[in-house]
Ligand binder design. Sequence first.
Ligand SMILES: NC(=O)c1ccc[n+]([C@@H]2O[C@H](COP(=O)([O-])OP(=O)(O)OC[C@H]3O[C@@H](n4cnc5c(N)ncnc54)[C@H](OP(=O)(O)O)[C@@H]3O)[C@@H](O)[C@H]2O)c1
Length: 407
Amino acid sequence: MPELQLLRADHADRLLTFETDNRAFFARNVEDRGDDYFTTFAYHHQGVLDAQAEGELRFHVLVADDGEILGRFNLYDMKNGTAELGFRLAEKATGRGVATAAVRELCDRAKGYGLRSLRAGADVENRGSRRVLQRAGFIQTGETSFWRNLYDEFLIGGELRVRRLGFGAMHLSPEDGDVVRRAVDLGVTLIDTAYLYGWGANEELLARTLWPYREELLVTTKVGVAQPGQLDGRPEVLRTQVDAALTRLRMERLDLLQLHRVDPEVPLADQVGTLKDLRDQGKIGHIGLSEVTVEQLVQARGIVEVASVQNRYNLLDPAHEAVLAACEAAGIAFLPWRPILDLVNAPKMKTFEAEFGATRAQIGLAWLLARSPVILPIPGTSKIAHLEENVAAGAIRLTEAQRERLA
Ligand SMILES: NC(=O)c1ccc[n+]([C@@H]2O[C@H](COP(=O)([O-])OP(=O)(O)OC[C@H]3O[C@@H](n4cnc5c(N)ncnc54)[C@H](OP(=O)(O)O)[C@@H]3O)[C@@H](O)[C@H]2O)c1
């Protein structure tokens, strides 16, 4: 598979471009045409490397298995969290989904560079580029301009694309199907449940209401609690609970399965190892943990890839700061539970509402979204009015000054 690489000095001799009809040709040893472009090529190349070092742009080349450069995919004019996207592909590499895959990957990297949105242009005539942008999740904002919001989304385990502001289903009673249906209609694509929530009743509610699931929806559940107040991480219990969750949720695979708690009575390696076996059998896609320490996360990652961590965390309760930092460093999704209730109950938060023009719940959610790109809050409610209020927080962008004020 061709690989996207950040431009390096040793790419220079291969990166010779001829552009005709919106297509580019990249070649390893192209004879000097004797025009300005090639005589000044080294100079241009160095200029790009310098600008990259200064953070003004990120210039990527798509390198084939044999080392040939197939295209360029660049982010330029990077400022204020936004960049322009440009791409050109060698003719021989077009028409095989290569460009779409490369643009998607570039978007994920762009988030790593701290960008929150991307703009792109495509000539009206150039249908290929327009198609690539649309397939890669851009929306058309004008005749020739496209836009993609990176701030709102996250790729769990590098694979499961969700909107960062999710929904926790814990508070729903079996009659609350309309609430979760409304959540999905409002664009929520991440819903958190657990066997513990009604001993399977919560999972059944989700399946009854949402099945067949929309393609973009990720319903994630948790296992490892056997009875009220009693953890049970024995391998046979985890296996049984996973099978039961598959049946209740009417799924062939749990795309993300979380261990609700590490059971101190069972070696962590046995618990995580069991989930790894279930993953290898195809019953689980990605593995998440809940209420873990940095040490437990490190130990678990020594056994299997961990895609998510769900710990209690909010503006007034940042006890798990170190775990968040570990997740951020590893690109692991961090799902803070109890994202808003503490704020709703805190009289001192009331003073911010008029100042920010938002409710306490919204301020707490906007703060979490701004706090780290790996944070995926899962606020829960049984009321549609609260749900709508919470989802609307996704559009709030706190300024630096507001964040400092909250800090
Ligand atoms: N991994 C774990 O150990 C763990 C533990 C607990 C929870 N969770 C997950 O995390 C999710 C969220 O955690 P959480 O439910 O404890 O905390 P939360 O989402 O911070 O708070 C939920 C509570 O806040 C109220 N609420 C929601 N929106 C509101 C609003 N806009 N204004 C005023 N009140 C509002 C809800 O009541 P109303 O119904 O009246 O709106 C509910 O009582 C849960 O649903 C569950 O999926 C995980």
